[in-house]
Structures are given as structure tokens and as C-alpha cells.
Design a protein around this ligand. Sequence first.
Ligand code: SAH
Length: 351
Amino acid sequence: MKDIKDLTFEELKAELAEMGEASYRAGQIFAWLYHRGALSFAAFTDLPKKFRDELAAPYEISSLELYGVFRSQDRTRKFLFKLGDGSFIETVLIPAGARATVCLSTQVGCKFSCPFCASGLKGFVRNLTPAEMVNQVLFLKHHEGEPVTNLVFMGMGEPLDNFENLAKAIRIMNSTEGLGIAARRMTVSTCGIVPGIGLFKSLGLQVNLSISLHAVTDEKRTRLVPVNKKYPLETLIEACLDYRKGGGRKITLEYVLIRGVNDSLADADGLARIARRLKAKVNLIPYSLVQGLPYEVPAEDTIRLFVQRLEGRKVPVTLRHSKGTDIQAACGQLAGRPFNKVGVKATHLTF
Ligand code: SAH
């Protein structure tokens, strides 16, 4: 069976042409799938029965099975979904006033083994399909009634390591016939997959790009973000400069602050130099604790001095206070576990 939600609007039109159907049917199908959240072809009541049957022969309409919800005191919610093959993924909803940001997963597990992050601790299982990415958002929109306004591809996995599927999912979510989420309200984050950055630019969309920098010397970065061995800092910076050429959008540098590891003023100076070269903003993320890992968050004073040092060097900087730490929904805490042991009562898990 093929999954109809793996198709972009253009691909669906091409499929319909092959079936000898009018291309306006693509708009009707997308409206059922993405505007109304239909879960069966039988629900497509404005389409002839014969055509619905023709669609249902090769295609299925997939959806995600919700396995549990964790609710944070700060209103952040984490959704644990069970996939067809028994894998688990997590999606986080972060409400903020009239906005609601969804943090999506793009892979089950992760290949890149950053030693401070929970997502790669159990290695890599597989890529998510475009449908599995889109369904995370659809679920929150239709089942939870959440007006999803912003998307960040910052959940489990490395988006640029699953580029083709990512690109399709972005197109489906961005198209007005699909979920209609503006590209400027989407952000893809990468640990620094250099060829992926070029591909991402070639999409020609206004989707934002964040780079997980985390260290400013090759020696330290290779320890914290091991893919740095393959794509060292200077190569990564060149790729970012290329990305910015010709009016490319601003890049954000993400920098997780880990006590005694990368939180010195010398680190701040190195970060300021790179940010200024790239004319990038810096987003500092105080480390979120991961059970079993030896890393700690810096003292508040250290964080404040780090911020001031960057500001003193005229670098635009924001300090992101992680949401949902009490339910392990914060940056780097997503591991796709059916049960959380720390700080979460079983009653937070609903089946
Ligand atoms: N693989 C992509 C997408 C994941 S985004 C990437 O690396 O960018 C998740 C972000 O949270 C990354 O910047 C990651 O380095 C960061 N992160 C991982 N573990 C963390 C932790 N324990 N505390 C704070 N941030 C963490």
C-alpha cells in the first residue's frame, strides 16, 4: 500500500493525470486530508464513489496512534506516538499566547551521537516518511484542536539526514492546499550536515535554518558534535556563508550551554567571532538534564556573563529557557520512550 500523505500537491496532480483524472481533484483530496483531517476515502463525499474506490485500491490514509500524553506545568505537552513498526516518536507542543509551536521528529533515533543528547543514545532506527512528519502536525491540529502556527524540526533525529522526506513534508505543510503553514514560520535545525545545507538552500523556500554549533574549536566540537570530524568548523562556516549568498535568510546559531564544558568567556569570544562572520543570531540553550548523562547546566551567573559577553560584541542573542523539562520534553530530552521515569507520574500517561 502507498500512503497518499507521502505525496506533495504536485505529485498528486501527476498521479491523477496518470489515472486520467482532472487535476482539480487534487485540491479536493488535499482539502479532505489536510483541511478536514479525513481518515478514510469513504469520507470524501463530494467525490464519485468509483473514483474513491480507485484511490483506495493503491493508497491508504495513514494516521498516528497516540500512545501517551505528558503535560508539563508550563502548558507544554509531549505526545508519544507508536508507529506501524512498533517504533516510538515524540512530538512536543509549546503554546505561547496566541501561538502554538510544534517541535517535530524527523527520524526514529539519530545517527549523530552527540554525547549530551538523549535522542541518539540508542542509535538510529529509521527515517520518518513525509506522511509520518505531516501526521504529527495533523494530529495536533485535528485531534487536539490546536491552532498550530509555528513548526520547528528540532525533535528526534537529524532533518538534513532525511532530506528528501523532509523536503516533501515541508512542501505539504507549506502549500495552501495542504496545511498552509508559512515557510517563515518553520525552522529546520541541523548538527551541521554540509551537503544538506546546500540542498536545503536549493529548495528555494523561506524556511529558517538553525545550526547546532555548541563549540567553537574543532577539538571541542568534535567531542560534542562528532559529525564535526567529517564537516569541520571552517567547512561548516563556508557552507553557511554560501547559504547566505544572494540574499539568503539569516541563520541562527544554537549553542547549548554546558557547565565547565563550553561556557567560558573564551568560548563566548569564539562564538561571537563566528556569529559576526555569518551575521547570525545566537540562541543560547541552558543544558537540559538527561538521566544517566554527566552534563550539568551552568550557574546563572555564568550564563549571564556569557550573554553579556556576546552582547558586548554586538551579537544578537536570545536565551531560550527550555520548556517542559518536568516531562522531559525539552531540547535534547526526546528519546521516544514509552515510559518516563523522572518527574512524571504514571497518571500523566493516557492511553
Ligand atoms: N539533529 C538536529 C535537530 C535536533 S534540534 C540538530 O542537532 O540540530 C535539538 C537541539 O537541542 C539541538 O541543538 C541539540 O544539540 C540540542 N540539545 C540536545 N541535547 C540537549 C540538552 N540535553 N539540553 C539542551 N539542548 C540539547
